[in-house]
Design a protein around this ligand. Sequence first.
Ligand code: CDP
Length: 220
Amino acid sequence: MSLPPVIAIDGPTASGKGTVASLVAQKLGFHYLDSGALYRLVALASEQEGIDTQNASELGILVPKLMISFKNSQIFLNGADVTEAIRTESIGLRASAVAVHPEVRLALVDLQRSFRQFPGLVADGRDMASIIFPDAILKVFLTATAAARAERRYKQLIAKGISAKLEDLLQDLQARDARDSNRGTAPLVIAEGAKVLETSDLSIDQAVKTVLDWYQSAIA
Ligand code: CDP
């Protein structure tokens, strides 16, 4: 029997891929993998354990020991609800620092692939199409200009009651883009065969509809 279909949605920080991917999953009744959350969990756990972000070998040992679970929209780390704690900008930056290490990435491969279950999976991240699900039936590279992304991130944080400065966010996301795109292992790239979706001038509904239309064509 063939494997469940995967829609891989990759893109830079704050491109809206999380929102679009989870809505596409909802519309299709598919499972959803937020792979960035896993790197954020490693970032949080390493901070709690006092492990330096450059210490690749200790990070690689830490990852398999983590007890990670997703229940509805909540995320648990070693039994504690960390849904909100992993969403801060500082954890996002730390996540991109731990994510450069092949030891960390390798330790997360099987966990990510275990999300591939019937009737299908929508997975979002940086290397879903290139490394984790190279046989995805649809590969989308979702992006927007840095200015549009900074503004979205700003609105997201303010809506959550977290204070933020637009200029700092723009700088942070440019630093994160550079690190994610230039790292040696699994850099953020437009995978071969991926369709680029530029969302600076699209509403969420328009972006979701485009992905759903592409999926219908892909399976036709
Ligand atoms: O929400 P945002 O797009 O800013 O980030 P995220 O998707 O939660 O991912 C946080 C960080 O984890 C990214 O900056 C990447 O460095 C890393 N990441 C990765 O390396 N590979 C993935 N598949 C997903 C995230």
